[in-house]
Design a protein around this ligand. Structure first.
Ligand code: C2E
Ligand code: CA
Ligand code: CA
Length: 689
């Protein structure tokens, strides 16, 4: 038998209470209270057990009206019905009570059957009410009021089954880097943004007879509706516009993944998966908001599953191997270190490049294990080379962005080097710029701790993100790596070249050495030299190679160790001369006579560019560079003054000036240099010669 429902009778007249108790005791268990205050005390402890309150109005201490006022202002009592039972006929009591939230009203004297029936009615109404609420809560997301994941999936299933002839479109919608907004502006702001995003999904529903939408992940909403009613490009434009006006403190970039349903009986989960794959096509692509699913992505999914199934076995059986790609000093054309790059030697599929499995491992967490494995392999080799009497060059390893969340990263690395008795400066760490964007605060902390322990940090793929310059301002890395492939390409390469030379000059001012990677041609190499870049890596010098080949390369080689002790060299602006005519540069570089471009400003002269012949003659030590300062090793004080005067003269006359002076080599020999200074143009206080 079910336990009896409980009812609270609130009446100051004990006789009334006993009478009502008797009347109802066969169906209900009756609790009693002598006034509103006592009733509230009971409610405080037991409101969840009660099915109804029967309330008298006129009572001492706290009357029924006062009680109702408090009751109706208390959220948790909302579903507990109150039946007012009173002899008070004055004051328009009935209307007042109903207004204060009473569910029903009966005048004394009353008919006992009426009381029982009305009581039964309001109790079932309240149950229905809370049942509906429960139902609503279990189907809707509390923050946005949209369907939650299970409800969205089941409703969508129902819709697809009900309209087998209709072709549907499944849309997945999220905000790029939402987590970052949440971290930077706080959870409340993040929640408000989500509510706003949830509202915008309703735009897709406008004018559509059937559709479903819901919140599938904390920061993902989905929509499904008949394709013929949806003008996706137009609606997305509207959403983008709405979002761009939402908050001017940060940039909201939405991403839409679109899957056009081929077969309505496909599971909704797979539709969601496909829309997610489609969305990933526009991740990190500026101004690309919509990605469409195509069938080849399904194969990618299968392939991914295969990788996941095999990864642990592959690690255990040594299928992951390290390749090395040397880095070169441009000045001397010798290796100064190398980068360790993983390869998967698959027994059936041959060598699988990292692009095919690293992204999978990054999402499933396996990258933590693989990274550690590679670091350890590199340490083992560094130990071996040291023991064999080869002075090992620093080897850089990649630290995946997922690893930047690892709270033990610093200790793990330190312990690893201790285990093999190696100094931390031998294992350089390449961290990609995009890791920084995920979690700037944590990253900054981790990097400075790593540096404190002696590790050298390279910022990998610098320029691939949106906020490269901010990153530089905030994080104190030791070396910048720029990939040629992140530079814009176009009809003429002059834009890329200008960007690259500006970045190199900027880095120079920050005293940051730069390695340019992805260098494939002699032209690229020469260009890099002409803009003062010191280090490079790429197929032009060497491809990533297996360890035995790399060992041959380094045995007996002396290598440059001054990676971080780069001579400070500064130069700036006035690139317009080059961008105007890309051929001019080629001619300049290949001219037979040594030639250089200088910027002269406030008595100081700095090199902007120099050509091949120039490097050959002066051994890369710019002849007249910094007449005010550095070249003192090669030019006497007196001659430097003469040089400065000539620069000033050329600027003043806006014409040509010639002079001769002796250049002193380290070994004591002297070379007479004849300089023709040709004025080119000026920009405010700086002049190009
Ligand atoms: P990354 O760190 O930016 O590595 C540079 C990539 O450029 C390498 O690709 C390298 O082989 C390639 N490369 C070098 N020179 C040239 C060139 O002149 N032209 C062109 N087109 N490419 C060049 P790889 O080895 O396929 O690695 C791809 C990416 O996979 C790496 O990019 C890195 O992000 C990741 N990766 C590789 N090994 C590891 C690893 O052990 N751990 C982690 N976490 N990631 C790794
Ligand atoms: Ca790298
Ligand atoms: Ca890179």
């Amino acid at each position: 038998m079910l336990p009896k429902k409980k009812i609270l009778v609130v009446d100051d007249n004990a006789f009334n209470r006993i009478m009502i108790s008797k009347l109802l005791s066969d169906t209900y268990e009756v609790l009693e209270a002598g006034n509103g205050k006592e009733a509230l005390q009971t409610l405080e402890k037991r409101h969840s057990e009660l099915a109804c309150i029967i309330l008298d109005l006129i009572m001492p201490v706290m009357d029924g009206y006062e009680f109702l006022r408090i009751y109706s202002g208390t959220e948790k009592f909302q579903n507990l019905p109150v039946l007012v039972l009173t002899s008070d006929k004055k004051n328009n009591g009935e209307a007042m009570c109903l207004e204060l939230g009473a569910w029903d009203f009966i005048h004394k004297p009353f008919d006992s059957n009426t009381l029982k029936l009305r009581l039964k009615n309001i109790i079932s109404r309240s149950l229905l009410n809370s049942f509906e609420q429960l139902q609503y809560m279990s189907a809707h997301d509390a923050l946005t009021g949209l369907y939650n994941r299970p409800k969205f999936f089941s409703e969508t299933r129902l819709m697809l089954d009900s309209y087998p002839e209709e072709q549907f479109m499944f849309i997945r919608f999220d905000i790029e880097r939402f987590r970052l907004i949440n971290a930077l502006f706080g959870e409340e702001e993040g929640n408000n943004l989500l509510k706003f995003v949830a509202q915008t999904i309703r735009l897709f529903a406008e004018g559509i007879p059937i559709c479903t939408y819901g919140r599938i992940e904390p920061d993902v909403v989905c929509f499904c509706g008949p394709k013929r009613f949806i003008d996706i490009e137009k609606t997305v434009k509207r959403v983008v516009k709405l979002l761009s006006g939402y908050n001017h403190n940060y940039y909201i970039e939405p991403t839409f993944g679109v899957y056009i349903v081929k077969n309505n009986s496909t599971s909704v989960e797979s539709m969601y998966e496909r829309a997610s794959m489609a969305a990933s096509k526009c991740k990190n692509k500026y101004m690309t908001y919509i990605g469409y699913y195509d069938e080849s992505m399904g194969e990618a999914l299968l392939n991914e599953q295969r990788i996941i199934n095999e990864m642990q076995g592959a690690l255990d059986s040594g299928q992951f191997v390290v390749y090395f790609q040397p880095k070169y000093a441009l000045r001397s054309n010798t290796p100064i270190g190398a980068e360790a790059l993983v390869r998967w030697k698959h027994p059936e599929r041959g060598i699988i490049p990292p692009d095919q499995f690293i992204p999978v491992f990054e999402t499933n967490g396996f990258i933590g294990k693989l990274d550690y494995y590679i670091w350890e392999q590199v340490c083992i080799l560094l130990r071996k080379w040291t023991d064999a009497g080869i002075i090992p060059m620093p080897i850089s390893v990649n630290v995946s962005r997922a690893n930047m969340y690892n709270p033990h990263l610093v200790d793990t690395l330190t312990e690893l080097l201790d285990k093999y008795g190696l100094p931390p400066k031998l294992l350089n760490l390449e961290i990609t710029e995009s890791s920084y964007m995920d979690n700037p605060h944590q990253m900054k902390k981790t990097i400075s701790e790593l540096q404190r322990r002696g590790f050298v940090i390279l910022m990998d793929d610098f320029g691939s993100g949106y906020s490269s310059l901010n990153t530089l301002k905030d994080i104190d890395v030791d070396i910048l790596k720029i990939d040629m492939k992140f530079l814009p390409t176009g009809e003429s390469d002059s834009r890329s070249e200008r960007i690259l030379s500006s970045v190199i000059r900027l880095a120079d001012r920050l005293n940051l050495p730069v390695i340019v990677e992805g260098v494939e041609t002699l032209e690229q190499k020469e260009f890099l030299q002409s803009i003062g870049c010191d280090y490079a890596q790429g197929y032009f010098f060497a491809r990533p190679m297996p360890v035995d080949e790399f060992e041959k390369l380094i045995s007996g080689q002396s290598f440059e160790q001054q990676m971080l002790e780069k001579p400070s060299k500064k130069a700036f602006v006035l690139d317009s001369i080059w961008s105007a005519n890309p051929h001019a540069e080629q001619i300049f570089i290949n001219i037979i006579q040594p030639i250089a471009v200088y910027e002269f400003s406030h008595g100081i002269c700095e090199t902007l560019r120099f050509n091949k012949a120039f490097i050959e003659l002066f051994g890369f030590e710019p002849a007249i560079e910094n007449v005010g300062r550095i070249a003192s090793r090669h030019v006497s004080d007196e001659d430097r003054k003469k040089l400065r005067d000539s620069f000033e003269q050329a600027v003043e006359r806006k014409s040509e000036v010639e002079l001769e002076y002796p250049w002193l080599f380290e070994n004591g020999s002297v070379m007479w240099v004849r300089v023709k200074l040709q004025y080119v143009c000026s920009d405010n206080e700086s002049h190009v010669l």
